[in-house]
Design a protein around this ligand. Structure first.
Ligand code: NAP
Length: 300
């Protein structure tokens, strides 16, 4: 039987260890600072030690998610010691991207101020900026590390060739590539992203593992890719006595023991419940049925 590996995960080649599931703050600005504290505490209590945010989260109130976390950390400073804090720079709507060195450094400083903390554990480039050469992005990343503002650096939504090119300009490893990965978006297994993470000892951090909620409301009887994926997940969920979301989350972790999914529910109760995914068992037949449902054709 296939099962998620529930051990702590090392992020890339760093010393940072995180729980098998992480918690994301993208949708956090729907609530208050007190609620932000409650959700963050619930995630940490559930073993989700990496908290993932970004300078843009809260947009059009740019920085709002980081500011809410900052208020929560001011009210309860011990939360900061319990988390591996990840944030991102590089998206500034409507431009939309700017990863020039000065902009990277300024965004990092603004994030530190908003979050009431003196160091970011994992500092990501949020999306590739076509106009900035990799050498310049590397300069910005090295400046935030060398000034002690960030411990480790990473990228998000980078293609394998972009990752390799940026890495070639850096004196330290990119410890993660954060990309969309779920039963509905299995491309990272096929486009070289997961292979490259293994090649470079970098962590594949999977965003929107429930398809951003789309999977949870999908009609499993619909004649579509999403319908077929939902039906294949339901077979696993029913046999394990869990909901479709737990089966989907288990799928992301079973795909490779070093994949760390980030969930984004805003309901405190659902945060702890997500750990049910760690107990889901799947046969190889069931795993491949989810792959085939997504491909739309059988495997050769
Ligand atoms: P997700 O866990 O795939 O989706 C969360 C959504 O699913 C929420 O709207 C949630 O609604 C809904 N949901 C969960 N359980 C449900 C259920 N049983 N029934 C119905 N709906 C349910 O993750 P996500 O929020 O899209 O993304 C997670 C994190 O990934 C973000 O917070 C962010 O940190 C990161 N991210 C990164 C990027 C990037 O470019 N790097 C992009 C997107 C996201 P409720 O709140 O009502 O439970």
């Amino acid at each position: 039987m296939l099962k998620p590996d529930r051990s702590q995960k090392r992020l890339g080649k760093s010393e940072l260890m995180v729980g098998p599931i992480s918690y994301g703050h993208w949708r956090l600005s729907e609530g208050t600072a007190a609620e932000a504290g409650d959700k963050t505490r619930a995630a940490l209590d559930a073993g989700m030690s990496m908290i993932d945010t970004a300078s843009i989260y809260g947009y059009p109130a740019f920085g709002e998610a980081e500011a809410l976390l900052g208020e929560a950390l001011k009210a309860e400073p011990s939360l900061r010691d319990r988390m591996v804090l990840a944030t991102k720079a590089g998206i500034y709507p409507p431009t939309p991207y700017d990863c020039t060195p000065d902009m990277i450094v300024k965004t990092c400083e603004d994030s530190l101020r908003r979050m009431n903390t003196d160091v970011i554990d994992v500092f990501y480039i949020h999306r590739p900026d076509m106009l900035t050469p990799h050498a310049d992005v590397a300069e910005g990343l090295m400046r935030v590390v060398e000034s002690g503002k960030a411990r480790e650096i990473a990228v998000s939504n980078y293609t394998p060739s972009m990752f390799a090119a940026l890495q070639s300009k850096l004196d330290r490893p990119l410890i993660a590539n954060q990309v969309e990965f779920s039963p509905l978006r299995q491309d990272p297994v096929w486009d070289g992203t997961l292979d490259q993470c293994q090649q470079y000892d970098s962590t594949l951090v999977a965003w929107s593992p429930l398809g951003g909620g789309e999977l949870m409301t999908q009609d499993a009887s619909e004649d579509s890719t999403a319908g077929a994926v939902a039906a294949a997940l339901d077979a696993v969920a029913t046999r394990n006595g869990v909901d479709r979301g737990a089966a989907a989350l288990a799928f992301t972790m079973i795909s490779n023991p070093d994949i760390v999914p980030i969930i984004g529910t805003q309901r405190v109760k659902r945060i702890a419940e997500a750990n049910q995914a760690l107990d889901v068992e799947m046969t190889r037949d069931e795993y491949y049925a989810i792959v085939v449902a997504w491909r739309g054709v059988g495997l050769p």
